[in-house]
Design a protein around this ligand. Structure first.
Ligand code: FAD
Length: 441
């Protein structure tokens, strides 16, 4: 018997329940990754994400090859590709780890279509600690407040322990044809802007595990001071989690085993869960305001090239410019700085949060269908459990507080103070509050 394991945002072999089940079954295995065309269910990857995906697929293909199974790469409309590969391989069973965003509607239709052809589909938990159907308010609804959500998740239970990586897999004798990874042209060429990304990151499961080990042994003790972007106090695991190179429950259990005082770090994993649950219940998050009152918000139009100045880190506000340039060069930005840059764009410049969300989508290596729009909406004031609209970050005070010695700004935007400020903070703050009042009145 042949079993097909379909990899999606779970590019790993350890704690991969679908792969584990295939290995345990003793069946011959076909391992598949489909590069899905953008559709109503799938948002096309941004440039930084494509770079990451290329390297992550290479690493996964190596890990599977070491266990005897090739990774089959195919591009096209999912329904068509999946049906083709099932037919070519003669698979009678298809396994995958569940997803919770728009793709899940796709998955439901696929289960039906495959079932109609007599193919058995089995799905598993792989990307969350706690799945949406296990977390509900007393009246059976979805949580909109994070603290209550996380209490409900963690009350009297822990996520299941991670599964080991299968040591050996039985390959199907006849493997379907595969594209060559290079044919997909995921890497930038003219120009190749990926130098800063390669310097900072090692995509793939081994890189993820190294980063986790290093965080837990060297930095987790300083995690309380995580808001200082010049200090390396955070885990920087987000792109590895985004691509499923490490599972959240592996991270959870390693963290709990390594040190006692880790609740704050676990609660950040909780925000990741909250974003995904919110997307599950109310998505697609990038397409509409969670708080529909904001549909009437009088967003400003980009009349003087403010958006380009923000994107390029030329606003004249050191912390914002440093963050935007770090993002451009490395595909990443520290969480505190993400909040400050997003606040300047959506509140002082009164630019629609979707404009900033789209820029982050294209430039972040951890660009995530749930977390990115969730956090943009949170900062803009229209999201779940959002920051109150009147709380507008002052980028100067944020810089004084969180980069007191100026190391972060010096590193990324040493010339920023010489740049003419794009906006007057006081006047733009008053304008934003007026606009908000117009919404309430
Ligand atoms: P740590 O502090 O070490 O936290 C551990 C893990 O918890 C992270 O790796 C991440 O998976 C999760 N996490 C932490 N904070 C959040 C949060 N606020 N929301 C969701 N998950 C969280 N995160 C993404 O993974 N993808 C995105 O596309 C993304 N876009 C963002 C956009 C904006 C405007 C803002 C303000 C935040 C965004 N975040 C996003 C959340 C957060 O900034 C990153 O997860 C965090 O900076 C990653 O750094 P870290 O791995 O060192 O985090």
């Amino acid at each position: 018997m042949t079993t097909l394991v379909w990899f999606r945002d779970d590019l790993r072999v350890a704690d991969h329940p679908a792969l584990y089940a295939a290995a345990e079954s003793g069946d011959a295995i076909v391992a598949l990754y489909i590069l899905e065309d953008a559709s109503e269910h799938i948002r096309a990857h941004g440039g930084a994400a494509r770079w990451w995906l290329h390297h992550s697929l290479r690493a996964l293909a190596d890990a599977l090859a070491e266990r005897g199974v090739p990774l089959i790469l195919r591009q096209g409309t999912t329904e068509v590709v999946l049906a083709d590969v099932v037919a070519e391989s003669g698979a009678r069973t298809v396994l995958w780890n569940r997803r919770y965003g728009q793709g899940r509607h796709h998955d439901a239709a696929l289960v039906e279509a495959l079932g109609a052809d007599g193919i058995r589909v089995r799905t598993f938990i792989g990307d969350l600690l706690f799945e949406p159907h296990t977390v509900a308010t007393q009246d059976g609804g979805a949580y909109r407040v994070y603290s209550a959500f996380w209490r409900a998740c963690t009350a009297e239970r822990e996520p299941a322990g991670p599964l080991p990586a299968p040591r050996e897999l039985t390959p199907a004798l006849s493997q379907p044809r595969s594209d060559a990874l290079d044919e997909w042209a995921l890497l930038p060429t003219s120009p190749d802007w990926s130098g800063g990304l390669s310097e900072r990151w090692t995509p793939g499961e081994a890189g993820a595990q190294r980063r986790l080990d290093e965080f837990l042994s060297q930095r987790a003790g300083r995690y309380r001071a995580r808001d200082f972007p010049a200090e390396d106090n955070c885990s920087e695991l987000s792109p590895h989690l985004r691509w499923g190179e490490i599972s959240p429950r592996s991270v959870w259990h390693a963290a709990v085993d390594a040190t006692g005082d880790i609740g704050l770090f676990l609660s950040e994993l909780g925000w990741r869960e909250f974003a995904k649950h919110t997307a599950f219940h109310f998505g697609p998050l990038h397409a509409r305001n969670l708080n529909r009152r904001f549909d009437a918000f009088p967003w400003a139009t980009d009349s003087h090239g403010e958006v380009a100045a923000w994107q390029q880190g030329r606003t004249g506000f050191g912390l914002v410019d440093a963050g935007m340039r770090e993002l451009w060069q490395t595909g990443f930005m520290h969480n505190r700085v993400r909040m400050v840059t997003a606040s300047l764009l959506t509140k002082n410049l009164m630019t629609h949060w979707r404009v900033g969300e789209a820029w982050f989508w294209d430039t972040l290596v951890d660009a995530d269908e749930a977390s990115n729009p969730f956090n943009w909406q949170w900062v803009a004031g229209c999201g779940a459990d959002a920051a109150p609209y009147f709380r507008i970050f002052n980028p100067e005070l944020q810089q004084q507080k969180f980069d007191p010695d100026g190391h972060y700004v010096q590193r990324w935007a040493p010339d920023s103070d010489a740049v003419l400020r794009i906006i007057d903070l006081k006047a733009s703050r008053a304008r934003a509050l007026d606009a908000y009042q117009s919404l309430s009145g």
